[in-house]
Design a binder for this molecule. Structure first.
Ligand code: 3PG
Length: 307
């Protein structure tokens, strides 16, 4: 019997876990659950004899792979796979997949909510501003970026975007103006919403030089990854530009230095919650389970990702 481990330090909503287990059990697999694990040792023990693992932002590195003797496939129930050593997986003959688009609406709604929250002084009863008529720059325009664009357009925002992988023709369908450069996004946008992955070319790429191009009163919304921000640059920006705001779903390492120091201009959620909705958990979880069955039974690698 094939064994599938659901290894989630941050568990799925119970409805999602139930549906994931249902799909796998119907396929004749044994389902094992490791939730809220406190140490890596627990994960190393749990992966020993499973053929497949479903994870969220859980770390799958060489140590995990060395412990996982029967492993064939890891599915990241979500979009970003920066916590998985994809190159090491390849060396171990383990296929890695994600579930693109399945949690994108949840993240997009949070990004828009962040904009309103910052525009309205953190809901503390002060006079604020409106999103209508403002320009939103979307940096990284995959499933999440495009969903943010659509909602923002309903608010009456002008949307410009840039994505290294999507051409102008591809964006026309979404009525999004494509910027010529990253600089243009930051120069023209009252709000910049980040949706780029964390990889060697994006790490610390949002630096002081780029941020300082933003117009007066600008806000950066980060629901992507903390690693894409140059934290020294962020600190400098908040210190030197009393009009600048930063809101994030992933607290920077320097959070303690920033928290409380800049009033309504800085906010970080206590724990990443972009994809924390029952709907996103169900969608991504079901997709992950179905992809595992499709791969183990038919070799379907549709959602395979590469390093
Ligand atoms: C993703 O990459 O899919 C999101 O960042 C959500 O991550 P999570 O599953 O850890 O909440």
């Amino acid at each position: 019997m094939k064994r599938v481990l659901i290894a989630t330090e941050k568990p799925f909503a119970p409805a999602a876990t139930k549906q994931i287990a249902g799909i796998l059990t119907n396929a004749g697999y044994e389902v094992r659950l490791l939730e809220k694990y406190a140490s890596k040792a627990e994960l190393l023990e749990a992966v020993k004899d499973v053929q497949a693992i479903i994870v969220r932002s859980d770390v799958v590195d060489r140590e995990v792979l060395n412990a996982a003797n029967a492993l064939k496939v890891v599915v990241r129930a979500g979009s970003g796979f920066d916590t998985i050593d994809v190159a090491a997986c390849k060396e171990h003959g383990v296929v890695v997949m994600n579930t693109p688009g399945q949690n994108s609406n949840a993240v997009a709604e949070l990004a828009i909510g962040f904009m309103v929250f910052m525009a309205r002084g953190n809901y503390k009863g002060v006079a604020g501003t409106e999103l209508k008529g403002k320009t939103l720059g979307i940096y990284g325009c995959g499933y999440i970026g495009r969903r943010v664009a659509k909602i923002a357009q309903c608010f009456g925002m002008k949307v410009i975007a840039l994505d290294p992988c999507i051409t102008k023709i591809g964006m026309d369908t979404y009525d999004i103006v494509v910027a010529d450069s990253v600089n243009e996004i930051f120069e023209k946008s009252d709000y910049v919403s980040l949706h780029i992955p964390s990889n060697p070319s994006t790490k610390k790429s949002i630096n002081f030089e780029l941020m300082s191009k933003m117009p007066k009163g600008a806000t950066i919304v980060n629901t992507a990854r903390k690693e894409v921000i140059d934290e020294e640059g962020l600190k400098k920006m908040l210190e030197e530009r009393p009009d600048f705001k930063y809101v994030t779903d992933i607290a920077p390492d320097c959070h303690a230095d920033l928290d409380g120091k800049f009033g309504f201009r800085y906010y970080a959620t206590p724990k990443k919650q972009g994809a924390e909705t029952a709907e996103a958990n169900v969608n991504a979880g079901i997709a992950a389970a179905e992809q595992i069955v499709a791969y183990l039974e038919k070799g379907d690698q549709t959602f395979k990702v590469t390093a």
